[in-house]
Design a protein around this ligand. Structure first.
Ligand code: GLN
Length: 194
């Protein structure tokens, strides 16, 4: 089975490790460049993207991460992880770094105060067996995408799941639902790329 790391600088790492194991991957936390070098693919969890960005700089992970993403490593980002994979941000902090990887503009905290946290049924292109439950927590949305990006899901007219090549991102948190189909979709991507 593929070895898939979960970026463990900050965020809901444990839930992703469990979901990946349930989807038949070997899952392990990744904090250091040596650990990153040993995985076939990476999940970037939900959490707080400004903190994650700071810690990535502090731990000397920003450039190694960018390099692996540029090199074609499969990556899946949820929520804050989606923000990390955006080529461009709206409402980001001034000094906030992203890795890039998907030609998209992502708006942080996009759903607004009224709607800080909510759940919704999401039809996900490429995932069978009915809609997935989307857990949104101060979630971003995708404001616009380039020609190479496939939109996999929308909610209320806003793009909430995208894929460009080997890089996948969702505004919501499948790792919090006990439904491992999105993780299984990612593990299939990793297998197909090997
Ligand atoms: N609002 C957070 C951020 O900007 C993301 C929230 C989440 O990951 N649940 O990083």
């Amino acid at each position: 089975p593929p070895v898939i790391g979960v970026l463990a600088l900050q965020g809901d790492v444990r839930e992703h490790l469990i979901a990946l194991a349930a989807a038949d991957a070997v899952a392990r936390p990744v904090r250091r460049p040596e650990e990153l070098a040993e995985v076939d693919a990476l999940v970037i969890p939900g959490g707080e993207s400004t903190t994650m960005s700071k810690l990535a700089v502090l731990f000397g992970m920003l450039e190694p991460l960018r390099e692996r993403v540029r090199g074609g490593m499969p990556v899946y980002g949820t929520c804050a992880g989606m923000i990390m994979l955006a080529d461009k941000l709206l409402d980001g902090r001034e000094d906030q770094e992203t890795l890039g990887g998907i030609d998209m503009i992502v708006r942080r905290n996009a759903f607004g105060r009224q709607n800080e946290s909510f759940e919704a049924s999401i039809d996900f292109a490429g995932i069978d067996g009915g809609p997935v439950e989307g857990v949104f927590i101060r979630a971003p949305w995708v404001e616009s995408v380039g020609a190479e990006v496939r939109v996999l899901a929308t909610y209320d007219g806003h793009t909430v799941a995208v894929r460009q090549g080997n890089v996948l991102a969702t505004s919501f948190h499948p790792e919090l639902t006990g439904d491992d189909r999105v993780h299984a979709y990612f593990v299939d991507m990793v297998r197909a790329g090997r």
